[in-house]
Design a protein around this ligand. Sequence first.
Ligand SMILES: [Zn+2]
Length: 387
Amino acid sequence: MVKTANSWNKVFPKTLSKKIEKTAEARSGKGIYKRRNNRNYRVIMHLSTYRYIDSKNSEFLSNFENGFAIRISPEEFFTSDVPLPDSVVLGKNAFVYYKTISSFKKFPPNADWNEITELYTSNKPKPENEPEWIGEYALFINNAKPSKISRICGKAGSLTSVEKQILKDNYSLENVPSQAGLGNFDYDYATKDETTAIKYQLSYFMLKVNGMKEYLNDLCQSDLVNKTFGFSPNAYKSCTQPNGFSTLYDTILEDITKYCENHDLLDFEKLIKIRAWGEAENQPVCPLCLQTLNAQDFLEVAEQVNGREEEDNTRSKIALMHIHALRPGELNHRVYNLGWGHRHCNTIQEDYDIEEILNVLRLIVDHNSNELLSDETLPVDDLTVTK
Ligand SMILES: [Zn+2]
C-alpha cells in the first residue's frame, strides 16, 4: 500500500514529480498576494465576489477552511452608494487596498487606521481567540515616486532581523510570518485533502499515458551514470536488474490505482464525460482537442519561436487544464475538473471553460468557411528580411 503521499517520486524523474507537486500550489502574486503557497491558505477576495457569495449562499464561505480577507478599493469604501454589508469589518475580515497614487491622495487612510501585519500564518495552529492579522489598509502603489509599499506587500525575505524582533516583542510571537503577502487568490483555493486527491488522480493519468513506462525506463537506464534527471535511488537501482524498472513502475501504478479506487477517483464514465479520458483510447486525452498525449512531451520543453526564446522558460509541452475555468465564487481546482492537455490547447483555452472555448472556436471556423477553401494568400505587405 501507499505509505506516503508522494509515492510517484519513486518512479518519476524530478521534473515530473515537481509537475505533480506543483498542482497543490496556488499561483504566486504580487503585493497583498502570497508568494507561492499551498492552495489551502487564507484567501483574498474582491468585495464584489464577497457580495455575490453573500447574496447567493453565504454558507459557501465555510469552504475556505483557513479563512478569507476582503479587499476593498478606496473608491468602494469612501464613495460607494451601496453600504458595506454588516458582516464586513475593516481590520477583522476586510481591508482597504491602495494601488494608485491618485486614489491615495483623493481618499487617504483614516488617521486611526493601521497598515496590515500578519501575526500568524493561516495553516498552522495559533493561540485561541488571537487574530491572525491586524490592520485596516495596505499600500501597493508602484506609480508613486518613491513607491509606497506596505511591509505586508514586501518581497519574501525582506523583513530585517530588527523588524522581526519588534514584531516578536510587540505581539509576543514565537514565529514571525514573513509579511510577504496576506493570502492567495480565492479562485485558486483547494483544501489539503482535495489537493492530495488531485495529485493521485493526475499521477494516475500520467502513468497511464501509452508509452510512459517504456519512455521513463529508457530515460532512467540512460541516466545511470550522470543522474541528471533526478530519479529516486530506488529507480536507478531497479535499472540494474532485469525488468527492474518495469516492476517498480507496475508496483507504483498498482498502489496509486488502489488509492484512487479507495477515494473514488476513477469513475471513468465521469472522466470520459469531462473529456480528460478517451474511451476508445483507454488513456488520458487533451480535454480540448481530444488527442492522446505523447509521453516525452511531459518532459520536453515547449519550443519557442526563434529569436524570441527566454532562457528561463522551461515549460513543458503538456499543461494542467481546468475543464471549468478558475473563477471567483467557484471552487474549480478539484478532482473531475482537471486533465493533462497540450500547452498550445491550454493557451487557446485561456480563461474560458472548455465548452465556452469550443463555441468560440466553432464560430471562428464558421466565419471562415469560405476563406478556408481558397488558396489565395492574404494581401499583406511583406517585409521579411529576404525580400
Ligand atoms: Zn490538445
